[in-house]
Design a protein. Sequence first.
Length: 367
Amino acid sequence: MSDLASYVMIGGFLGAGKTTAVARFAQHLTDQGKRVGLICNDQSSGLVDTTLLRSKGFAVEEITGGCFCCRFNSLLDAADNLTQTSRPDIFLAEPVGSCTDLIATVSYPLRRIYGDRFRVAPLSVLVDPMRAARILGIADGRSFSDKVAYVYRKQLQEADLIVVNKCDAHPHEFLDRLVAALADAYPRARIFTCSAKDGTGVQEWFETVLTGENSAFGAKPLEIDYDIYAEGEALLGWLNCTVRLVSDEPFDGNQALVTLAHRIRAGVADAGQEIAHLKMTLDSQDGTGTLSVVSLVGTDREPDLRESLLDRVDGGELVINLRAEADPAVLESLTREALTSLSGVRATMEHLEQLRPGRPTPTHRMA
């Protein structure tokens, strides 16, 4: 048995369910007696993902200010920090949802330069079924502009494993058509259908990740136009903020998040733009460790209350991560306006970052 730590990268576009999958995978490994270290990644600080995963008791490092490919040395530092604190057998790493070209810029460098430290697992790319169907042209509805779709397709093109997530939310006939379209468009990848939310179908995917090697899947570096890639990423607006909520009377924190999601969705839709992913957590900070978590993928779908606070609260810390094909200044304005809709609740902005991702400049790119 190798003493190398396994490096498992779980990619996919914004809103594919990566964090839910990472949490499910981490719990599966923990139940098997494995030590797990998680690495989150984003263009800016104040991540819902980190808050959520730490609330479940996992050891988590966070890399902000750029993707794994551009912050490769920070990725190694994160692994070192986790090794010192928890000595993981397996690292689960979740790259930025708008990032691609991971084989050439992350997997290859890890295997070729640091092969004495890591066994690099196959690259998994998760997809939200409805979003994938619209990108592939087999379903109608609002989607992204061509350059953003270019990034999405490149993610699928380099995948060793394509994981059609959220199977619990779609009929079998629709999923069968989607799997057939994916298999036709990306014949090299092995395709799985599962639900990270309820655990349906995850076992086979997990086993393939843990027993496979990235090199065994014949992955080759993408042929990718970095100008189009950069332009596609730059069309996406990024907003992270932390807000202090206070009320003189206890209020329903779960409903407050759902209300905020509806207001932000309406504002983005009225602007003629598309939400890539909206994630929010509310921590009452009452010592119970429970969170309210809401997720929204797209302007024509309903907010999903993923986790709930057990009781009414009189305040707490709200974290909002909003990604949309829209001007980030517009996203800030919409978010501030939505916060005023919380009747009887005072909202104080404690931290806010809004940006468009800069041009990716990988530390390494290996053929």
